[in-house]
Design a binder for this molecule. Structure first.
Ligand SMILES: C[S@@+](CC[C@H](N)C(=O)[O-])C[C@H]1O[C@@H](n2cnc3c(N)ncnc32)[C@H](O)[C@@H]1O
Length: 485
């Protein structure tokens, strides 16, 4: 085949180097990196150098030799003036990392003559093998190579992959390994494959990743003992907080479950840049509500969650902010749980903290506020039914969700219950998004500022002395007296 897209420049393999003799030539930081890696793989490493970096020497010899598998036992440092090419055939794998072009060339040539694999740092032309960027989580090892084109690109790719891998992947690998024999003894090859596919896709693996290992072990034992090669695939629901809008504020866990989902039910405040993280072929169902118009009732949404999970699907219920902060996540949780369906809740950055951060307003502050209260500005009948007296106390911060349509009334009530009309206040519309608008002023002007600035998008009201801090930084705060509607 001549078309280069069919030609891999390098063939990826994983070598078992346990107990194998490897040679690292060089005594500097490059040689140290390679030595560390080879020791991790259990190789017996011979380091040859005419002189050795004291840090290198210290790091590798400072290891405590008490444990049986301590890498120190696998390390031999030879400090000699002259490299002896004829000795190279003693080694199974060679790394030239001296940084001296002549010496590295000599090592590569000697290795080639002896038919030994050789890697020369920064000289792919002299390498018979190259080393990938590595992600190492227990039994799981991911190697990333750009065939030597750009190690920095390989590291970038590694960082991206790392960000989507679950933190407890190592535990999941060990868990699967511990059941490997039992599964092998129970199922024939084809069924075994299917069993593992379902395992990694299903609630037991989710339990392991969520740290519920004992529970997962129990379920695994009963699943194996059932010896049913085709167990009905069990669905599960993730109730996920997607944060206030900026996709960079998604949690790693949110991204992981979105990537795995079969079905995603999402709200109005979930933008397309967040939906980009959902698996491409997942079914997307818009269930957004607006104050005036409910496209789906809450019980219809609950029924959809149950329906898809019962059909064996991985369902993600994607909600703005945090699902448990004015998000009706509790009702959905109950609906799903009452049907015996596995459910996991993934928290999100709630709009209060997201908006405050985006407007650089600290919600508590030693000098200004020793408490913060989150309330909804929208009651069941429209008007909020709140403890105005408690909310009007000084020395605290009040953060009001869904308060835009009742802004005038809110200001009026707070002032009527004793809060100074000059108390600083901030309106943050579309917080964390590129179109974010932040308007600040005294509480007494809340109604006018809402209207003058045509606040129409989702908005957060922050009331309290701290509201002046972010604005002061930006030099915007003005304390003009305005009328309350
Ligand atoms: C139904 S509540 C959902 C709150 C969500 N569960 C949370 O934790 O942020 C919707 C209200 O949150 C606020 N909100 C949500 N996202 C916002 C944003 N990006 N900027 C400003 N306010 C936002 C608005 O007050 C909006 O009316």
């Amino acid at each position: 085949m001549t078309d280069s897209k069919y030609n891999m420049k390098y063939f990826p393999v994983f070598l078992n180097l346990a107990g194998r003799s490897c040679l690292v030539v060089g005594g500097g930081s490059m040689a140290l990196n390679k030595t560390r890696l080879l020791l991790k793989a259990g190789a017996v490493v011979h380091v040859f150098a005419s002189e050795i970096d004291p840090e290198f020497y210290q790091e590798l010899t400072a290891r405590d030799g008490s444990s049986a598998d301590d890498p120190e036992k696998n390390l031999l440092i030879i400090i000699e003036a002259r490299f002896e090419p004829e000795k190279i055939s003693q080694f199974d794998l060679i790394v030239a990392a001296s940084g001296d072009p002549e010496l590295d060339l000599q090592v590569a040539q000697a290795a080639n003559r002896a038919g030994r694999p050789v890697n020369v740092v920064d000289r792919t032309d002299l390498c018979t093998f190259i080393m990938p960027a590595i992600i190492h989580r227990g039994d799981v090892i991911v190697g990333i190579s750009t065939s030597g084109a750009s190690p920095v690109l390989a590291r970038n790719i590694r960082a991206q992959i790392e960000s989507i891998l679950p933190a407890r992947l190592e535990v999941l690998g060990a868990f699967a390994r511990s059941f490997r024999q039992a599964v092998k003894a129970t199922f024939a090859w084809d069924d075994r494959k299917r069993f593992w596919e379902r395992f990694f896709d299903g609630p037991i693996a989710s339990d392991v990743l969520a740290g519920r290992e004992a529970q997962a072990r129990e379920k695994m034992v009963s699943l194996i003992n059932r010896t049913d090669p085709h167990p009905a695939r069990q669905g599960l629901v993730h109730i996920v907080g997607a944060g206030p809008g900026d996709p960079d504020l998604l949690t790693l866990r949110a991204v992981q479950v979105m990537r795995d989902a079969d079905v995603v039910l999402y709200d109005k405040l979930i933008g397309p840049r967040i939906l980009d993280y959902v698996r491409r072929d997942a079914k997307r169902i818009y269930v957004g509500k607006t104050r005036a118009h409910h496209s789906r009732t809450q019980s219809e949404i609950n029924a959809l969650l149950v329906h898809h999970a019962k059909a064996g699907r991985r369902v993600v219920r994607l909600k703005g902010g945090d699902p448990f902060v004015f998000g009706r996540g509790g009702e959905e949780l109950e609906a799903v749980r009452s049907q015996g369906i596995e459910v996991e809740v993934v928290p999100g950055v709630t709009a209060a903290t997201g908006c405050a951060a985006a407007a650089q307003i600290p919600l508590t502050h030693r000098d200004h506020a020793n408490a913060v209260t989150f309330v909804t500005g929208h009651g069941l009948e429209g008007e909020p039914d709140l403890d105005w007296e408690a909310l009007a106390r000084r020395g605290q911060t009040l953060v009001i969700y869904m308060g835009a349509s009742n802004a005038g009334l809110i200001a009026q009530k707070l002032i009527a219950h004793g809060l100074d009309g000059e108390t600083p206040m901030a309106i943050i519309e579309n917080g964390t998004l590129p179109e974010q608008k932040t308007v600040t002023g005294p509480l007494v002007a809340l109604y006018d500022l809402m209207h003058d600035n045509a606040i129409a998008g989702p908005a957060m009201l922050v009331i309290g002395d701290v509201a002046a801090l972010g604005a002061q930084q930006a030099g915007q705060f003005h304390g003009s007296q305005r009328r309350i509607a």
